[in-house]
Write a protein of this length. Structure first.
Length: 523
């Protein structure tokens, strides 16, 4: 590992993983606030700050120690992070010989620690290859693989490599699963000095046939760091790193095992962060696509306010998710009348939004060609021809003439309310939701509007909006609002209705879109 000289030029030097530490160290055994060196009465005292894995001086665990020239300080149990205290320029006799393989692996562990600290900008496959290639090269192994736990807890092969950074297909990696599954289950490193010993050869016949005799398998552990020393954090085994070889080399040395233990901890964290990073990217991509879909869906709705010679019309749709299954429309027909529609597709999310767009396209193609019942019959037939399973929509479709004649067909939708002259009428006639049955009948009905009458067409997200007491908004509150403002404009009524529903819900989670279209007959 690299070395650096740190001058103690202040009364207290804080040591740990914190960014604010005077001496910032990285390593799986280093706590955020690990230790400190303080100047006391002309000499220096090392104090452990309640670190998780302890502080050692010359291989002895200490809580407070007066430092002498040449003292070797170890932060944690593995010795991956060490320091030598120099009080003068005299010789230091305590420096130990370190196996080059161990040094290289610890350097890799420091690299992975830095990768973890940075949040892991690498994708999972790159981190797996980095860990596996370095482990193979430094230990002298001929092959290796990494297996990670699936959500169900079973080990799945993620990457197999040979010397020279060669990726091996999983089918070409001939070995028994017994060793990796045992290591995953126990969480303990396993070394097999010779596969020909005992009964191992019978279990690993394919591996032995290749000349492979020496195996090292270590668990990949995920350790969550916590700031409070009184909170225990159990390491979680997330997978295994397996290495094997024809020759022992450095693969079976004690120093290699110690270094691999350090590597496994840091690799486990780096791999987990890479996996989370990839999931975050995927979620961000999906969220971006949903935002675009929501913008397109809103663009397919008509302008909020649409006034004509004999009417005022205004609608709004508030999806419970980023994209919803409700829609509305107001269209002027060549004969001077208008066509109004409100629909509610079953389900939520992208599937409902796609069906909504399909129905809107069908209505645009059929607008003005036939009475409402015939139009809904055509929509029903078109949906059934495409065999869109378990998907249907309730709809209310109506035409209103300049003379106030309202012709409608209600296909299983919430009955719109017609309010005027102190009376309330509900528009219930029509038929079944579209998309259910091929031969479903649809019929038209007619009502006569008088000047000042208001038609409120809404989805069930309005009347079934829930408050924190699980009570529904209900049709009664809608009617009461109309009765309280008999002379209000369509825009005023819609605004009051949306405000009333939101105030009633008072922050309670909603599971349905809130859509309403208000038409006031003014002629």
């Amino acid at each position: 590992m690299g070395r650096r000289m740190v001058v103690i030029d202040r009364p207290v030097v804080a040591i740990g993983r914190r960014t604010e530490s005077d001496l910032r160290l990285v390593g799986s055994d280093v706590s955020r606030d690990h230790a400190e060196i303080a100047r006391v009465d002309g000499h220096y005292v090392l104090r452990d700050r309640g670190s998780r894995y302890g502080t050692l001086v010359n291989d002895e665990t200490v809580t407070e120690h007066r430092l002498a020239h040449g003292d070797r300080i170890q932060f944690g149990r593995t010795g991956a992070v060490e320091a030598i205290f120099l009080a003068d320029d005299g010789p230091v006799a305590t420096e130990r010989h370190t196996n080059s393989a161990v040094g290289d692996l610890r350097q890799l562990a420091a690299l992975l620690e830095g990768l973890r600290a940075l949040g892991s900008g690498r994708v999972l496959d790159e981190v797996l290859a980095l860990v596996l290639d370095a482990a193979i090269e430094i230990t002298g192994a001929e092959r290796g693989f990494i297996m990670l736990a699936s959500p169900a807890g079973a080990l799945e092969m993620k990457l197999a490599r040979a010397r020279g950074h060669i990726t091996l297909p999983g089918t070409r990696f001939d070995t028994s699963r017994k060793i990796p599954e045992e290591v995953f289950s126990t969480g303990e490193l396993k070394v097999v000095a010779d596969l020909l010993d005992g009964d191992l050869a019978n279990v690993h016949m394919g591996t032995v046939a290749l000349g492979i005799r020496h195996v090292l398998c270590t668990p990949l552990r995920l350790v969550r760091y916590v700031d409070r020393p009184d909170i225990a954090s159990e390491p979680k085994t997330t997978g295994v790193l397996y290495l094997d070889s024809r020759e022992k080399g450095q693969l079976l040395s004690a120093s290699t095992r110690t270094a691999l233990d350090t590597l496994a901890t840091e690799a486990g964290v780096a791999i987990e962060n890479a996996r989370l990073y990839r999931e975050t990217l995927e979620k961000a991509r999906i969220e971006h696509e949903l935002n675009i879909a929501a913008e397109i869906q809103q663009a397919l709705l008509p302008p909020g306010r649409h006034d004509g010679a004999f009417y005022q019309a205004i609608g709004a749709s508030l999806p419970s998710r980023s994209i919803g299954g409700d829609f509305y429309d107001v269209t002027e027909i060549d004969d001077g009348s208008i066509e109004v529609v409100v629909g509610d597709v079953s389900g939520k999310g992208p599937a409902a939004a796609l069906l909504t767009a399909k129905i809107q396209g069908l209505l645009a193609a059929y607008v003005g060609d036939a009475p409402p019942a015939e139009t809904l019959h055509r929509v029903n037939q078109s949906l059934l021809r495409r065999a869109i399973g378990a998907r249907y929509a309730t709809m209310f479709l109506a035409t209103i003439t300049a003379a106030g004649e309202l012709t409608y067909c209600n296909a299983g939708h919430n009955p719109p309310v017609v309010y005027g002259g102190g009376t309330v009428r509900r528009l219930t006639s029509g038929g079944m939701p579209v998309g259910f049955f091929k031969d479903a009948p649809y019929t038209d009905a007619r009502v006569q509007l008088s000047p000042g009458d208001v038609v409120v067409i809404y989805s069930d997200g309005v009347t079934e909006a829930l408050n924190t007491e699980e009570e529904e908004f209900g049709e009664e509150r809608l009617v009461a609002l109309l009765e309280a403002h008999p002379d209000a404009s369509a825009a005023d009524i819609l605004a009051r209705l949306i405000d009333a529903v939101q105030a009633f819900a008072a922050g309670a989670p909603q599971h349905d879109d809130v859509t309403a279209l208000v038409v006031k007959y003014t002629a």
